[in-house]
Design a protein around this ligand. Structure first.
Ligand code: HEM
Ligand code: HEM
Length: 147
């Protein structure tokens, strides 16, 4: 079980890198395309699908780490976990913030599909992805990576 958890943790770490890269890349690219009044084509649609799938896999792995992995031991003693800033971060702040971020990425795609033109499609994705990016950056355990 231990090696399974560490494999998932490593996967969760690499997916973080991939997600941050794709979010920043997509926000920048879409902002440029919006200003150029470029059409919103199949490639742009695929990009948001890729970000969505990566974030959903991250969600699934995160929930596994939280409820099945070693972190789940903290739920039997929440009082102590709340007093420890790292444990509070990993059992409460990180999961809650990240779930909201993944929800925003999902909403971005659902709303984007319903928008009538390229301009509003780009705008929807840029706005939702930017908020998700800020939420992700705010609750990544930067000082404990792969620890
Ligand atoms: C805890 C696990 C997960 C939850 C709660 C979840 C939830 C959702 C929700 C709410 C939607 C939006 C449905 C809509 O379009 O109205 C969705 C879509 C989707 N999810 Fe997940 N998901 C999870 C895991 C996964 C995983 C592991 C994958 C891929 C490996 C995945 C791939 C997708 C895809 C491909 C779509 C449809 C995208 C589209 O065509 O717009 N999801 N999911
Ligand atoms: C969406 C729901 C998510 C949940 C429930 C979740 C849950 C967790 C948990 C429980 C841990 C601690 C694992 C342990 O030490 O045993 C963890 C670590 C981590 N999470 Fe998440 N997470 C989620 C999403 C994300 C997202 C979206 C990102 C980044 C974009 C992310 C980045 C990280 C990183 C970098 C670590 C540290 C990994 C390491 O130590 O190498 N998580 N997560």
């Amino acid at each position: 079980m231990e090696s399974l958890f560490s494999t998932f943790k490593t996967t969760h770490y690499f997916l973080m890198v991939a997600l941050l890269v794709f979010l920043i890349f997509t926000i920048g690219k879409f902002a440029f395309k919006k200003s150029e009044k470029a059409p919103f084509g199949a490639m742009e649609d695929k990009t948001t699908l890729l970000v969505l799938i990566l974030s959903h896999i991250q969600l699934l792995i995160g929930l596994f780490l939280l409820f099945v992995g070693p972190m789940s031991n903290n739920f039997s003693n929440m009082g102590a976990a709340m007093k420890d800033s790292y444990l509070r971060m990993m059992t409460v702040e990180h999961p809650l913030t990240m779930i909201i971020g993944v929800a925003l990425i999902t909403i971005a795609r659902v709303k984007m599909k319903k928008k009538p033109d390229a301009d509003t499609k780009y705008k929807t994705v840029i706005v939702f992805y930017s908020i998700a990016l800020v939420l992700f950056l705010s609750r990544i355990p930067w000082s404990h990576l792969n620890g």
